[in-house]
Design a protein around this ligand. Structure first.
Ligand code: F0G
Length: 354
C-alpha cells in the first residue's frame, strides 16, 4: 500500500503538465467508489456511488483546481478569479492560498450555501456578491480576466476539465472497465464533459474496452440543456446547479449524443427525497445538487426505462455538510431531546429496554 499523491502525480502523463510545472495540490482525488445496496436492489442493476464529497474541500472541484492552479502558477499569475454557485469558490480559494495567490470570488448575492461562503472566507477569498445570477457572475469574471491581471479558473479554462477527467480514470481503474451507464448532476456542464473526455481517452489508449452512456440530470427549474434554450431566471433548491446558460453547453450535448445518453430534469422534491434516502439508507450525506443523479436514476427505474443487469456509476458531487440549512429544512429543527445523566433513565428515554 502507498500514499495517494493527488491527481497530477497519479495521472501525470495524461495531464497538460511538464516537469517545470509547479504542482499545487492538496492530494485530491482517489475518492471511494462505494457500492449502493439500496439503489442496486431498486434498479436490478449493480450501482456504485463515486463519492466526491471526500475531496479536500468537499467537492469534485478540487480535481480541476489542482491542474488550473498549477498552470496559473506556472504562468506567473498573482490573482485568480471565478464565478461560482459555491463549491468552485471554496476550492479555488484553498488552492490559491496554497499557491500564494489572491483569490477573487464572484457569487450571486444571497444564493450561496453559508458553509461554502465560509470556506472561501477562511481561505482568504475576496468575495463579491453580484446583483445577478451565476450566469451574470460568469460573464463578469470573463470580462475581468480579459482586461485585468487575474487568471480565470472557471471550467471554461480547459485545465479544469483536464483535471476533472481523472474521475473517469479512477472509475475504470477501480472497476476494471467503464460502466454501462455513468450518471451525474449537470449545472454548468463541465463535469459531464470532463468525464466523457476521460472515458474516451481511457478507451482509446488505456485500460477501458468500452464507453458508458452518459446520463446527466438538471434541476427542473434550471434545465436549459433539457429544453434546448437558456433559462433566464433559473430556480432550484439545489443552489449549486442553479444555472441557466451552461458554459460547456456544446461539449455536454456531444457527450450526451456521442454516448447515446441523455440529459433530463428532476424536480426539487425528487432531489430532496434522493438526498434523504442516501443519508437515511446508505450512510452518505450529500448536498442537494449531488443527489440529482440519484433522483434521475430512480425516476428512470420507476417508469421502466432502465434495463436490469447493468453496471452503473453515479457521481455524488459534494458533501452534505456544505448545505446544512437545506437538510434542516426537511428534518425540522435539529434538537436532540434532553435526558438526565443516569443510565436507567437514559435507557428508558432512548427506548433501549425490553
Ligand atoms: N454538483 C455540485 C455539488 C456542484 O457544485 C456543481 C457545480 C455541479 C454538481 C454541477 O457541475 O457545473 O460541472 O455541471 N458547481 C459550480 C460551482 C457551478 O460554482 O461550484 P457542472
Amino acid at each position: 500500500t502507498r500514499l495517494w499523491r493527488g491527481v497530477i502525480e497519479e495521472y501525470r502523463e495524461r495531464l497538460p503538465v511538464t516537469p517545470s510545472t509547479p504542482v499545487v495540490t492538496l492530494r485530491e482525488g482517489g475518492t471511494p467508489l462505494v457500492p449502493s445496496p439500496w439503489l442496486s436492489e431498486l434498479t436490478g442493476c449493480e450501482v456504485h456511488l463515486k463519492v466526491e464529497g471526500v475531496n479536500p474541500t468537499g467537492s469534485f472541484k478540487d480535481r480541476g483546481m489542482t491542474v488550473a492552479m498549477s498552470k496559473a502558477a506556472e504562468e506567473g499569475a498573482e490573482a485568480v478569479v471565478c464565478a461560482s454557485t459555491g463549491n468552485t469558490s471554496a476550492s479555488m480559494s484553498a488552492y490559491a492560498v496554497r499557491a500564494g495567490m489572491r483569490p477573487v470570488v464572484l457569487v450571486p448575492d444571497g444564493k450561496i450555501a453559508g458553509p461554502k461562503l465560509a470556506q472561501a472566507v477562511v481561505h482568504g477569498g475576496v468575495i463579491a456578491a453580484v446583483d445577478g445570477n451565476f450566469d451574470d457572475c460568469l460573464r463578469l469574471a470573463r470580462e475581468l480576466a480579459d482586461t485585468y491581471p487575474v487568471a480565470l479558473v472557471n471550467s471554461v479554462n480547459p485545465y479544469r476539465l483536464a483535471g476533472q477527467k481523472t474521475a473517469a480514470f479512477e472509475v475504470v481503474d477501480d472497476l476494471g472497465d467503464a460502466p454501462d451507464i455513468h450518471v451525474l448532476p449537470v449545472g454548468n456542464a463541465g463535469n459531464i464533459s470532463a468525464y466523457w473526455m476521460g472515458y474516451r481517452e481511457y478507451s482509446a489508449d488505456g485500460p477501458a474496452t468500452r464507453l458508458p452512456r452518459m446520463w446527466g440530470f438538471q434541476a427542473a427549474g434550471a434545465a436549459p440543456l433539457v429544453h434546448g434554450v437558456p433559462v433566464a431566471n433559473p430556480e432550484t433548491v439545489a443552489s449549486a446547479i442553479r444555472i441557466g446558460n451552461p458554459a460547456s453547453w456544446e461539449l455536454a450535448v456531444q457527450a450526451r449524443d456521442n454516448s447515446q445518453g441523455l440529459i433530463d430534469a428532476v424536480t426539487d422534491e425528487q432531489i430532496l427525497a434522493a438526498q434523504q434516502e442516501l443519508s437515511g439508507r446508505e450512510g452518505l450525506f450529500v448536498e442537494p445538487a449531488s443527489a440529482a443523479g440519484v433522483a434521475g436514476l430512480l425516476e428512470r427505474a420507476r417508469d421502466g426505462r432502465l434495463d436490469t443487469g447493468q453496471l452503473i456509476v453515479v457521481t455524488v458531487t459534494g458533501h452534505g455538510l456544505k448545505d446544512v440549512d437545506t437538510a434542516s429544512a426537511f428534518y425540522g429543527e435539529i434538537r436532540p431531546f434532553a435526558i438526565a445523566a443516569d443510565a436507567s433513565a437514559a435507557a428508558t428515554a432512548l427506548g433501549l429496554t425490553g
